[in-house]
Structures are given as C-alpha cells and as structure tokens.
Design a binder for this molecule. Sequence first.
Ligand SMILES: Cc1cc2nc3c(=O)[nH]c(=O)nc-3n(C[C@H](O)[C@H](O)[C@H](O)COP(=O)(O)OP(=O)(O)OC[C@H]3O[C@@H](n4cnc5c(N)ncnc54)[C@H](O)[C@@H]3O)c2cc1C
Length: 380
Amino acid sequence: MKRFDVAVIGGGIAGASAAFWLSVGLSADRSADRRVVLFEQESELAFHSTSRSAAVYLENYGGPTNHRLSTASRGFFENPPGAVDAPFLEPLGFLDVGPESSADEFAARAAEAAKVTSSICFLDASQIAELCPALRPEHAVVGVWEPDAMAVDVMAVHQFYVREARARGLQIERSSRVESLDRRDDRWKITTSSGELEASVVVNASGAWGDHVASLARAAPVGLTPRRRTAFTTRTHHDTTGWPFVHSGVVGAECYFKPEAGQQLLCSLADETATTPGDARPEELDIALAIDRLNALADLNIRSVATTWAGHRTFAPDRQPVIGWDDEADGFVWMVGQGGAGIVTSPASGMVVASLIGGEELPDPLKNLGLTTEMLGRRG
Ligand SMILES: Cc1cc2nc3c(=O)[nH]c(=O)nc-3n(C[C@H](O)[C@H](O)[C@H](O)COP(=O)(O)OP(=O)(O)OC[C@H]3O[C@@H](n4cnc5c(N)ncnc54)[C@H](O)[C@@H]3O)c2cc1C
C-alpha cells in the first residue's frame, strides 16, 4: 500500500495552504522533504466555500484570533514566496457604517482594532461621505475604516499553493472522498472512493464536513455549524472608482457591497443561515431582502442581478478557528472553523499546521502577534 507522511483532506484554500507549507517547508531553504497527498471529494479543487467568497483581504475581521492570523498573513500576500504573474492584492479599503446610536460602540471597536492594525480608525459622517457619496447620510453617521484592506485574487492564491506544492511532490487525488480512517501501528489507513493508502498524520481541512471527517477518525466533534451566505453581482449607474467595500452590521439591516471592475457591485445580505454540509444554493428571498436593504443603505437603485451564488461559512461554537492536534485521536490535526476569514487567514493557518506537524514552535510572525497553540487548538 502506498505510504505518505501527511494526508490532507479537503482541496479548498485551507487544505491547499496546509499542503503548500507541508511540501515546501517553513525554513528559508525550502526543504521539507515530506511525502504529502491531498484528497478532494469533488472532481475539481476549490469547488465549495473557497470559490464563493467576496474575495476581500481585511485584517480586522472574525475576532481577535482571526485578526492576528490575517495580520500575520499579509507578508505572504504582498510578497509571495515564489513567482507570480500578477499581485495577489489590489487596493480597496473596508468601511463599516452605522447610525448615530452606534457611535460609542464604533469608537471602542476602532480603538481596540488599532492595537493590532494601527491604520484602523473611527470616521465621522463627512469623512464617510467622501469615501462613498452614494451612502444615505442617516445610515452612515459613524464608521470604522480599515484603509489597507484589499481585494484578493482568491483563485490565484489557491493555484499558487497547489502549483508550488506539486513542484515539490504533492500528490493530488481528485474525485476521492475519504470514507474511512483507521489508526494502526502509528499510521492511518485511509480508504477513499478511489482506493486505499496510508499516512502517519491526517489533516482535517474539510470545511463544512469537518465534524463528519472527525467522526471517521473517532475524534469527538467540535460542534461545527455551516452557515449559508448568499451573494450576487449587479451593474450600477455609478462610477465606483475609489469606492471601498461597504458593510452594514446593524441588526436587521445587515448587508454589504464591493465595487468590482466594469461598474459591477458584488453584494450580499451578510446572512448566516445555519444549514448542513453540501452544495450551498442561493435563496430568492435572501436576494430580494438584500436588494431592499442595499437600496435603503445607499442610492444604488438595484433592480436586477447578474449572477447569484451561495457558500458556507463554517463556525465552531465560539466562532474562532480550530487549528491543532486532536486531544484523543493520535495523528489527527484539525484545520476547521475558519468562518468568514478562511481566505485571509490561510497563509498563517497553513504555517501553523506545518509547524505543529514538524514539531516546531510557531513561526515568529505569529508568536510576535501573541498567537499561541492553546488559542488555536481545540477548546472545551
Ligand atoms: C459569500 C461568502 C463570502 C466570503 N467572503 C470571504 C472573504 O472576503 N474573505 C475571506 O477570507 N473569507 C471569506 N469567506 C469565507 C471563506 O470562503 C471560507 O472561510 C474558506 O473558503 C474556507 O475554506 P476551506 O478550505 O476550509 O473550505 P472549502 O473551500 O469548503 O473546502 C473544503 C473541501 O473539503 C472537501 N471535503 C469534504 N469532505 C471530504 C472528504 N470526506 N473527502 C475529501 N474531500 C472532502 C470539500 O469537497 C471541499 O472542497 C466567504 C464565504 C462566503 C460563503
């Protein structure tokens, strides 16, 4: 039976980043010398959440652990460790807006976020109007502004991980659903829909399916919930040059829009409907509600949509990522619960997985931001 050092389950951005760092290694000489295999149940990689995101790189998102993982990932996005055809990031900016009643909360949030990312600041109504004149003043009185948030080319990042890892021997098994995991003699016997092989360590990067894959290894679930989020694109009459990504988190009015090339807006209801793992599909009602909310938030005059889709954002109960060894199942590493930050945190998360499996300390850029293996691993 073919034998590997590490088997990664899941061909989304999480699995690809783990496979990348495991294959190329964390040291500057890039010599991991590991045999790594990656399984993906679909016929193509990145079929689920990874290809359905809003493609935004922002640091201040998803709680303190994700914030630090995203900040630690910026260096990778700005200076990828290998050749690329075009930059991964393009300037964008992220503006969270709210009414007058949110002023105290927004000021506190901006001050807290600035401790990690110093450019984040509080904005008043006139500053907001300069950034996006289409916003209706009554809904955009105060804001938290992250000027260095960027648009990210998600598929280019994913392809980079895969290409560089394959160049160092990564084996990719598409249309291979992992169906059983049996631990014997310090090795996993892995049975998939396309065959069997062995690996010393398994990395569970299976997104919405994370608890199901854990059950195959007889590891206790962490309590993951996939939450559907609907998105669509629409054409706008505005010249959106220089507009930032605009988000409203006001309860009952949640929505966002992002300017894209060709006078398009990428829009969402910012919904979080609890669901089960599978191929997420958009609901017409969610799109209609999003259009209502967006037209109320700004003078966008949205009447029709161009394309629609939905994807899962999968959360642990405390909404922080779970990246670490399982306490009970020997040789089983979790890499799940990325929620709405799986793209932006992927470089640092993959580094965490590679350092754990290599028996190394967390890399300095992560430690320096206060990240610890205890914060990242299984909790409770
Ligand atoms: C509308 C929307 C907007 C978003 N916007 C952003 C954003 O702007 N920035 C950001 O950082 N994040 C964003 N996200 C979140 C981001 O998309 C996810 O956090 C990320 O894609 C999760 O990656 P993943 O690899 O864990 O999951 P996935 O991409 O879902 O990959 C998991 C893979 O595991 C495979 N798998 C499962 N079980 C098995 C098995 N038994 N055997 C083999 N393979 C298996 C699945 O087929 C799947 O391909 C957004 C998400 C949505 C839905």
